[in-house]
Design a binder for this molecule. Structure first.
Ligand code: HEM
Length: 228
């Protein structure tokens, strides 16, 4: 294995992980009040509702698909008697629509940002950067999946998946990544770029899901009745 492969698949992931976790801690310490979605709902609501809903529902299912295909080992499916071609077909049937919905959603949000003047004016460089890398990650994921529809013997559950899990158990196996199709390499490297910018953009809001909303008391708004 050459030095480039060693760097990309054994060293770079840890550099990315360090920036990601270190960046989140730094941001939390330095800028807790800026830890927000920076919602633009007050400036424009109709287009936001459609784009945001499509994007967030799509990405939740994409996330679920990644857990099922990458974090859950292939042995689990073999134990359930699910052969590779059935798994592959289900992954395509469920994963592709989720990815396409997320892509349409993020594209609508991008379009809204360039078309609605007051939104464009309040968009920071960080917001553009975040949009770009999210679109890139989803676009390359969809491309890799589409080009892999007739898998041609390639199974990411025996290559990418154990490589990825190995990073967290310090059983690093860069050799698993050398011969995977190029679009999967591009997809994973694009997501690395996304993790690097994540802590420094509004994407941090993904880590502040408002769980307290489920338990807190209702906030009641009442219209003031004018005295006659
Ligand atoms: C290092 C982390 C990641 C790895 C190893 C990875 C790997 C993969 C693999 C193996 C597939 C093919 C799935 C299939 O054919 O069934 C895929 C598809 C896809 N990935 Fe990723 N991915 C990662 C992170 C991300 C992130 C952060 C996003 C989005 C922000 C993303 C978006 C997508 C999309 C949209 C698809 C198309 C299929 C679908 O909708 O599930 N990926 N990825």
């Amino acid at each position: 294995m050459n030095g480039l492969n060693l760097f990309l698949w054994a060293i770079l992931p840890y550099i990315v992980l360090t920036i990601f976790i270190g960046g989140l801690i730094y941001r939390y310490q330095k800028d807790q009040f800026g830890w927000t979605t920076k919602s633009s709902e007050l400036l424009e609501k109709r287009r936001l509702r459609v784009g945001s809903l499509l994007f967030h529902w799509g990405i939740i299912f994409v996330f679920g698909g990644h857990i099922a295909g990458i974090l859950v080992p292939i042995e689990f499916y073999e134990a359930l008697g699910i052969p590779e071609h059935i798994y592959h077909r289900i992954a395509i049937i469920l994963g592709m629509p989720a990815g396409i919905i997320a892509f349409i959603g993020i594209f609508l949000l991008f379009y809204r940002r360039i078309r609605v003047k007051r939104i464009k004016l309040t968009t920071s460089t960080g917001d553009w950067v975040a949009l770009f890398f999210v679109i890139l990650a989803i676009g390359t994921g969809l491309t890799a999946t589409t080009l892999n529809i007739n898998s041609n013997g390639f199974d990411y559950r025996t290559t990418i998946a154990p490589w990825f899990r190995g990073l967290f158990t310090f059983h690093v196996q860069p050799e698993l990544m050398v011969y995977i199709p190029i679009w999967f390499k591009i997809h994973i490297l694009s997501t690395f770029a996304l993790y690097i910018i994540w802590p420094f953009t509004r994407l941090v809001h993904a880590f502040s899901f408002p769980l307290r909303y489920l338990r807190r008391n209702y906030v009641i708004y009442k219209r003031r009745i004018r005295e006659a």
